[in-house]
Design a protein around this ligand. Structure first.
Ligand code: HAM
Length: 458
């Protein structure tokens, strides 16, 4: 193909993309991924603050693992029969032919880091949290994206029903802090130990054999590889069949039943309400014993805003010593959608205090250091440093919704003064230039200033 042909082809591509939707600019984000624009960043910032606060209270430390890992990390833990491994991973070969995968979830990477960094030598349990982006090649729809954010925590190195109850309580408190817990329902189950699950899987096989014609291709594969996964199917016929499938409770070992009862006792002590759901299996294969999800009361399982549970086998599966663990993760986009549905307002600090308008180069020379000094004093300041007329700049100040505008024109430069305009009442006062900052501080109020104090603990 000649260079011209290549050029023509790319032009044609652009033209056909434009024809599809004339108003769309030629470059769009790929399907299922989104920009986080400032309005939504306010939610992210707020959520990050809330989860950081609760994590810190509980003694969790932050961890960030790489965005990609060796594919085997996820295959081995999340499970070959899970949708995530089967069809939702962004897997690619690097230049040396090694298979790498964009992380679809956080637990496997944290466990890999726990083993690799000998965290077993630290005081146990090791409690870690993360706030990170994850990637799943899912069919995009409301609340289901190909890049999404999760806050999650993992507690590795100890096993006790009280710990499970405490993890659930922390998750619940976070939803309370975010103002959405009233709209959520906590679904709880115990999926037993490995032996109980083998027995249960056999019973499910017996149940689905003979009903294969109602199962989707994926569910038929699951029937062979891991029949318990069928309970998590989104295929409508299968979902109907699932309603009459045997429940886990008949196959739980005595120890698992006792463990589950104890978790529930502790939840009762903590006043945490839950709905028992013996069909809740979660979408990942690594769980043992306690599993839970937070569902929207109206929408149910389709839009789980978070979930977690115990995964006592994973560390050994990844080459570490047998070590119990439990954890939780919530989908940040889904939480934001829920906050918007519940009309939760995010209080924010980034409203500007002052707008500085100027006219002419000499005025600009006075404004630049003034803006700098105002900001250093904790006054959130925006300056119009372009060439617009004062009238135009005042309109802009109105749009930014500032309480005060400082105006410096030719007269003010000559007289070494500045005008302070109170935007709410429209009144103006002329003050000596070297008194402007003090006057603004007085009007804003010392307690409203926004200081960055690097000596404060992080
Ligand atoms: P998960 O249930 O797969 O669990 O994901 C946790 C949450 O992430 C979901 O409840 C949902 O809110 C959100 N989420 C999942 N997929 C998407 C998507 N495609 N778009 C938007 N949000 C999504 C885990 O990932 C486990 N690692 C949780 C865990 C931690 N278990 C133990 N420790």
């Amino acid at each position: 193909m000649s260079e011209q042909d290549v050029k023509k082809t790319s032009e044609e591509v652009l033209i056909s993309a434009n024809e599809e939707n004339e108003k769309k600019p030629p470059f769009q984000t790929p399907k299922g991924v989104h920009d986080i624009l400032p309005e939504n960043h306010d939610y992210h910032t707020y959520i990050k603050k809330v989860v950081r606060h609760r994590s810190r209270q509980a003694g969790f430390k932050r961890i960030s693992t790489p965005i990609f890992e060796f594919t085997e990390v996820f295959k081995r833990t999340v499970g070959e029969a899970s949708d995530i491994v089967n069809k939702e991973m962004y897997t690619f070969l690097d230049r040396k032919g090694r298979s790498l995968t964009l992380r679809p979830e956080g637990t496997a990477g944290v466990v890999r880091a726990y083993i690799q960094n000998n965290m077993k030598d630290l005081p146990q349990p090791v409690e870690l949290y993360y706030y990170s982006p994850f990637f799943r090649y899912e069919k995009p729809q409301a609340g289901r994206y190909r890049q999404f954010w999760q806050f999650g925590f993992e507690i590795i190195g100890e096993k006790d029903p009280a710990l499970d109850a405490q993890s659930i309580l922390i998750s619940k408190k976070i939803y309370e802090d975010l103002g959405i817990m009233d709209s959520l329902d906590l679904q709880l189950n115990n999926i037993g130990d490995v032996e109980s699950r083998i027995k249960y899987a056999e019973a499910l096989k017996d149940y689905y054999y003979g009903k294969e014609r109602y199962l989707s291709e994926d569910d038929l594969m699951r029937l062979e590889k891991n029949p318990i996964r069928i309970l998590d199917s989104k295929n409508e016929d299968t979902m109907i069949l699932n309603q009459s499938a045997p429940g886990f409770e008949e196959f739980l070992s005595k120890e698992s039943i006792e463990y589950h009862n104890e978790v529930k006792e502790y939840l009762d002590v903590l006043g945490v309400k839950y709905t028992e759901n013996t069909k809740l299996v979660r979408g990942l294969d690594y769980y043992t014993q306690t599993v839970y999800e937070f569902w929207d009361k109206k929408r149910g399982s389709q839009n789980s805003v978070g979930g977690g549970g115990r995964y006592d086998g994973m560390i050994e599966l990844m080459g570490g010593e047998p070590t119990p663990a439990t954890g939780f993760a919530m989908g940040v986009e889904r939480v934001i959608a829920q906050m918007k549905r519940m009309k939760v307002k995010v209080p924010k600090k980034d409203n500007l205090h002052v707008f500085v308008a100027q006219l002419g180069k000499e005025a600009k020379k006075k404004c630049l250091p003034l803006i700098n000094e105002l900001r250093d004093k904790g006054i959130k300041t925006m300056g119009a440093l372009g060439k617009g007329a004062i009238k135009h700049q005042l309109k802009l100040a109105d749009k930014f919704n500032v309480p005060y505008t400082i105006l410096i024109g030719l007269t003010e430069v000559r007289e070494n003064t500045a005008i302070i305009r109170d935007m709410r009442v429209g009144s103006q006062t002329t003050v000596a230039f070297d008194k402007v900052v003090d006057e603004i501080v007085k009007r804003i109020g010392e307690d409203k200033l926004d200081f960055y104090d690097p000596s404060q603990p992080i």
